[in-house]
Design a protein around this ligand. Sequence first.
Ligand code: TXA
Ligand code: MG
Length: 343
Amino acid sequence: MRTEVMPVNAASLAWAASFLCAGEVVAFPTETVYGLGADAANADAVAKIFAAKDRPADNPLIVHIAELEALGKLVTRVSSRARALMEAFWPGPLTLLFERTQAVPDIVSAGLSTVAVRMPDHQAALALIRETGRPIAAPSANRSGRPSPTLARHVLADMQGRIPLILDGGPAGYGVESTVLDLAGDIPTVLRPGGVTVEMLRQVLPGVRVDEAVLSPLRDGAAAKSPGMKHRHYAPKAQVTVVRGDMDAVQVKASGLYDTLAAEGEKPVVLCAAARAAAYEDRDTYVLGEAAADMTAHLFDALRALDEQGATHIIAEAVEAEGMGLALMNRLLRAADFDVVDA
Ligand code: TXA
Ligand code: MG
C-alpha cells in the first residue's frame, strides 16, 4: 500500500473522510499526539487499526467526537461529575470513561464494559470527525511500543505501507497523550496523566486522585485499570535510566553513570532541562526544553531522534511530578521500564 502524506486542507480532509467512511484507517493530527482513526462503529475498520499498529487486542481505543450530542449513542449515562468535567475541559486533552452502549463494538473497548471518549481541541481533527459524521476510534498513530508520534514524519516512519493517508498538521501541541480519568468508582482516578493536569481536575472535582500505577510498575498479578498501563510503552531502542533525587546529587550520579558507559565504548546521552545542561560540561546532552510543559512536548521527538543518532543509553534527569511534570515522569518511567536510580 502506498502511504500519502498531505497537508491539512479542504481537499485532504474530504479525502481522509472518504477513506474513513469506506472503512479504511487514516492518521490525523490532534492537540496531543497524532491519532490513527477508523469509523468507531465499524468493527472491521477498527480491526485494521490493531493490525497497522500491531496493537495487543486487550488494549482498548479512545472514541473521538466533535459534538456533545454524539455522546448519547455511545454511553449509557453521563454523571453530573462527567458533565462538569466536559464543560470545563472539552474540547481538550481529557479522556473520560463511561459505561458503553451496544453501538460501541467489542473490539473498540477490548471487551470491557466501558468506553473511553474525548473531544479533541484541534481544528483539523474536529473538521475530519464532522466531515465523516461519525465517532472516530483512534489510538496514537505509532507502532505499538514505540513513542507516540508528535510529527507527521514520526507517523510515516512507523506506518509507511500500512495505511493509505497521513494528514500533516504540523507539530502536535501538547506532545503527550490525553489525561485518562476513571469516574466509575467513588473517587475519580487519573489512570494516565496528560495535558489536563491533576491540579486542573481538582479545581472541578477536589477529590481526584492519581492511580498508583501512574508512577510505579504494576505489582505482579495486579489488574491494570487501564490495559495500556501494563504494556511497555514509549520505548526507544536505547536503554533509558531515570536518575532521581536532589538536583546536585542527580548531576553527580548521572555524570558517573555516563562516564562508566562511555569508558565501556557505549554512547550515552543525558536528557535534561535547558538550565541543567551546562553542568554536564563536555558530555553529550539533549535538552528537552525549559519548563515541564515544553520538556514534555519534546520528549517523544527526543526519544526518536536519539535512536537515529545511535545513542545506546539515555540517562534522564527526573523532574518534579506535579503539573505537566507528572505526565513527563509517567512517560519517562515507562520508557525506562522503571529503571530508576536514586541519587
Ligand atoms: O491523546 C490521546 O489520547 C491520543 C489521541 C490520538 O487522541 N490517543 C491515545 O490513544 O493516546 P491510545 O490508544 O494510545 O491510548 C489510550 C489509553 C490506553 O492506555 C488504553 O488502555 C486506555 O486509554 N483506555 C482506552 N479505553 C479504556 C477503557 N475503556 N478503560 C480503561 N482504559 C482505557
Ligand atoms: Mg498509544
